[in-house]
Design a protein around this ligand. Sequence first.
Ligand code: SF4
Length: 364
Amino acid sequence: MLLEVEGLTVSFPTPDGVVEAVRGIDFSVDRGRTLGIVGESGSGKSVATQTILGLTRGAQVAGTALFEGRDLLTMTTAELRAVRGAKIGTIFQDPLSSLHPYYRIGWQIAEAIRAHEKISRSDAHRRAVELLGLVGIPQPDKRVDDYPHQFSGGMRQRAMIAIALALHPALLIADEPTTALDVTVQAQIIELIKHLQGEFGTAVIMITHDLGVIADMAHDVMIMYAGKAMEQADRRSIYYQPHHPYTSGLLASLPQSGKEGQRLSPIAGQPPSLINPPGGCPFHPRCSFVMPKCRTEPPPFVRVGGTSVHRSACWLPSDLTGTSSEVDAKRHRASEAAGGSVAVGVPGTSDLGSGDVSSSSPSW
Ligand code: SF4
């Protein structure tokens, strides 16, 4: 396994109390594979990956993050610098704030190369032109000397991808790389990452709040909420056999193709404060199927459904996976039998209908 994270816990002491941003998560990704980490803002998905890169200064961190057999969490700053950029590339959400406005695009790409390789300025500049061509920038030999403000949003994100992939890293972490882009450019960037992954065999961790973004890209998916993993499985199980009501809520909130004028079904309520997260299941204040023990006992993260890799942290019976109205009705019956009451909660999974769960025509 290329990256294996176990028991990762990250908290930040603040004047208001300790923010428990990540509360014991496990995940792994291998070469050539894509792991999608999905959750609302504040679920801890970005903090988790930034922590393994040593970018959460002041945080209290526990757990292990083995990358090529070495623990990233115990590396010195110098050791981490040698890994970041060269072995693990990163693309952040907003390319304009990731690129330095004062330096030309080509200079910034060349600098990333020169930080890790002994190479002349002219050779690094030549590599920068090649990389810009590789990520689809037209006339790369001319645009290499542009400043970031002379690039469109999509071109800036392509330039960031060029920097991230300049040294052929084994792992690429893409943290909401398409959120600031319009839908057409978003699809192009996803296609570009997939194409480059195919070319170089790079492992990818794609962080997003939108299950539609990774619908035809991720091999495995981890759903996060309130700093914890709620559900984890191969892509097909997550989209067609979800177990956790939060996953169902995320799926139901996606726009569906062929349903013009349809109202979206958001998950009612707000994510909890991570200074005082709710006891029991962290999703219970928003869950339609809440039972008395959900409020007091944290559900274990256990195997559900029919595959060995599918796990969920929910007290509902483990065989109640799927998106049909029958499964939904069984969930309600199970909840009522356990003394539960129908809460504000998530839309039922039957709201998903039988159509695509993504507007981008996934190909699984
Ligand atoms: Fe959490 Fe209970 Fe709802 Fe499952 S049924 S998501 S354990 S509140």
